[in-house]
Design a protein around this ligand. Structure first.
Ligand code: ATP
Length: 235
């Protein structure tokens, strides 16, 4: 097992945001968490990447318990988080943004290799190396955010709403890219409001409602589940 999340309880002050969340991932999988606004999807990712501490429960990554490990150490263990809203460094160039992604690594040859891989995945970024991050289009910023995460060479990539605010054709492109990255061996935990996109590319999924997992199964099963269709796929 790559990731084992057990009985997580997370609070923001008095708000009980995660109420006993359990799920797992096998190596090589794309797993999606879907659900409405405020269901706790982003909180789940933040807890895995060490940005929030759970009050109860455990996160185990490659057999190592990490729920009390520092976020920076978690990056070094191989988990990288692309937060909602992209959060690239707007005043830095594309190249500088990508270099920042490799801050935990020190072998220049390996870093160059990762940079080449990012350019293969995103030829657009290679054409815009000296452009400031903040002047990129929304889709390009999302590509840069994912590219920057790839520079850390993660074995698990946490993607929070990569389709948010993007035109349908750009969403399709991002979906293809997520599958390409997965095909090279990176496991992906994908949080999406766009349940259709997420279930089309994921292997398995979990449906969250107000801090709980209410349904789980193969992506195909969820895509055809009447309850899921009704609530998240427009009937
Ligand atoms: P969205 O897609 O809108 O981000 P989500 O499923 O990712 O939804 P979370 O962002 O994880 O949901 O939020 C879960 C709950 O925790 C919500 O009730 C939200 O209001 C609350 N919450 C999230 N962040 C904070 C915070 N920093 N302080 C207080 N409450 C928070």
């Amino acid at each position: 097992m790559l990731l084992d999340v057990r009985d997580l309880d997370v609070y923001y002050g008095a708000i009980h945001a995660l109420q006993g969340i359990s799920f797992h991932m096998e190596p090589g999988e794309i797993v999606t968490l879907i659900g409405a606004n405020g269901a706790g999807k982003s909180t789940t990712l933040r807890t895995i990447s060490g940005l929030i501490r759970p009050r109860r429960g455990t996160v185990t990554f490659k057999s190592q318990e990490i729920s009390r490990t520092a976020a920076e150490r978690i990056v070094r263990l191989g988990i990288n988080h692309v937060p909602e809203g992209r959060k690239i460094f707007a005043p830095l160039t594309v190249l500088e943004n990508l270099e920042m992604g490799a801050y935990t690594r020190d072998d220049p040859a390996e870093i160059r290799q990762s940079m080449e891989r990012v350019f293969q995945t995103f030829p657009r970024l290679k054409e815009r190396l000296t452009q400031l991050g903040g002047t990129l289009s929304g889709g390009e910023q999302q590509m840069l955010a994912i590219g920057r995460a790839m520079m850390a060479k993660p074995s698990l990539l946490l993607l929070d709403e990569p389709s948010m605010g993007l035109a349908p054709v750009v969403v399709e492109k991002i979906a293809e890219i997520i599958q390409e990255i997965n095909a090279t061996g990176t496991s992906i935990l994908l949080v999406e409001q766009n349940a259709h996109m997420a279930l089309t590319i994921a292997h398995r999924g979990y449906v969250m409602e107000t801090g709980r997992i209410v349904l789980e199964g193969s992506a195909d099963k969820l895509l055809h589940d009447p309850q899921v269709r009704q609530a998240y796929l427009g009937g």
